[in-house]
Design a protein around this ligand. Structure first.
Ligand code: DAH
Length: 342
């Protein structure tokens, strides 16, 4: 008789839908309150024969838990919606917005452009999706020349759309040199920042996406000394007056002669460490005198004009400046890393 009543109430509790505050109140009065039907059953427990009392008591306790937890859950869900819609007392008070910080690569790019701006360089931009002509051919990379393999290219499609040329992701920002010289008469003095892409496995030292700043100066009587002075000044501004600079002969198809510029390793001050591979020096830029073939490819008279060019990696410079040892940190967006630059 008592067991039947318990079963009936259990079914009712389970079927009860609490969809608003008045349902919640009714549920409480019926099943949870001190004068509710459950309380009445507890009162009747003393009439149950002693042998069965223990078992019935346990079932009744289970029922009580069921009702209380259903009530608590519903009550909580209503109090949440209430908090959500509650307006603040003063609508004009804004929440404090936590301040973000510039990405270290953004800061260093801005600093590089600033240093060159002061030396009279404008800023130019060009496409990341490029044709073979601008990325290689116009820069004096001969067809089938191994120099093309110096940079592992992501090719998109042979002759995509109406384009009669290989389409690729630019492997360097040198493509912008060509576009600039096609549209502007010398004197030209510009820096060209941007993203570049190479088909390389991602590691602490290599990435398939990174950033460069290209530089170009074309005029009458530009000398190798002008190039050295410009990069020398840049290195001192960027890394501090005590930084030593050296130029080593190198090879690029688009410059003749070509050089690479090293600075003293900032981590070990030239003593030799893991970052500079015990050399005491680290490379920060490629450079050289613009090859006359490149000038002719864009219709600039190479008997009248000459120029210098350089290219540097923004990641490399940032890693040296802030002693960052893993390239992958730049793209992981871990706030613990980014916060250090605020
Ligand atoms: N484009 C070269 C690279 O990605 C860097 C470079 C070297 C650019 C020499 C230049 C230059 O303009 O003159 O490795």
């Amino acid at each position: 008789m008592m067991q039947e009543e318990i079963k009936k109430i259990q079914d009712e509790i389970n079927a009860f839908i609490i969809s608003n505050e008045s349902d919640l109140d009714n549920f409480r009065i019926d099943f949870v309150g001190r004068k509710g039907r459950l309380a009445t059953l507890f009162d009747q427990l003393k009439n149950v024969p002693a042998e069965a009392r223990r078992e019935v008591g346990q079932t009744l306790n289970g029922l009580k838990n069921l009702a209380e937890s259903k009530f608590a859950t519903a009550q909580e869900s209503f109090s949440n919606t209430q908090a959500d819609v509650k307006a603040p007392d003063d609508l004009t008070i804004s929440d404090p917005i936590s301040q973000g910080s510039l990405h270290p690569l953004t800061m260093v790019r801005a600093r590089i452009l600033e240093i060159f701006n002061r030396m009279g360089f404008s800023v130019s931009d060009g496409p990341e999706i490029e044709t073979d002509f601008y990325n290689f051919t116009a820069l004096n990379f001969p067809a089938n020349h191994p120099a093309r393999e110096m940079q592992d290219t992501f090719f998109i499609e042979k002759g995509a759309g109406d384009i009669q040329d290989d389409v690729l992701l630019r492997t360097h920002t040198s493509n912008v040199q060509i576009r600039l010289m096609q549209h502007q008469k010398p004197p030209i003095r510009s820096v060209m920042p941007g993203r570049v892409f190479r088909n390389e496995a991602i590691s602490a030292r290599a990435h398939c996406l990174f950033h460069q700043v290209e530089g170009l100066y074309v005029d009458e009587n530009v000398s190798f000394k002008d190039l050295k002075d410009t990069l020398y000044h840049f290195a001192k501004e960027m890394f501090g007056k005590d930084t030593q600079v050296r130029f080593r002969p190198s090879y690029f198809p688009f410059t003749e002669p070509s050089a690479e510029m090293d600075i003293t390793c900032l981590l070990c001050k030239g003593e030799g460490c893991n970052v500079c591979k015990q050399a005491g020096w680290v490379e920060i830029a490629g450079a050289g005198m613009v090859d006359p073939n490149v000038l002719e490819n864009v219709g600039i008279d190479s008997t009248k004009y000459n120029g210098f060019a350089f290219g540097m990696g923004i990641e490399r410079i940032t890693m040296l400046k802030y002693q960052i040892k893993d390239l992958r940190l730049f793209t992981e967006n871990d706030v613990r890393f980014l916060k250090q630059f605020s």
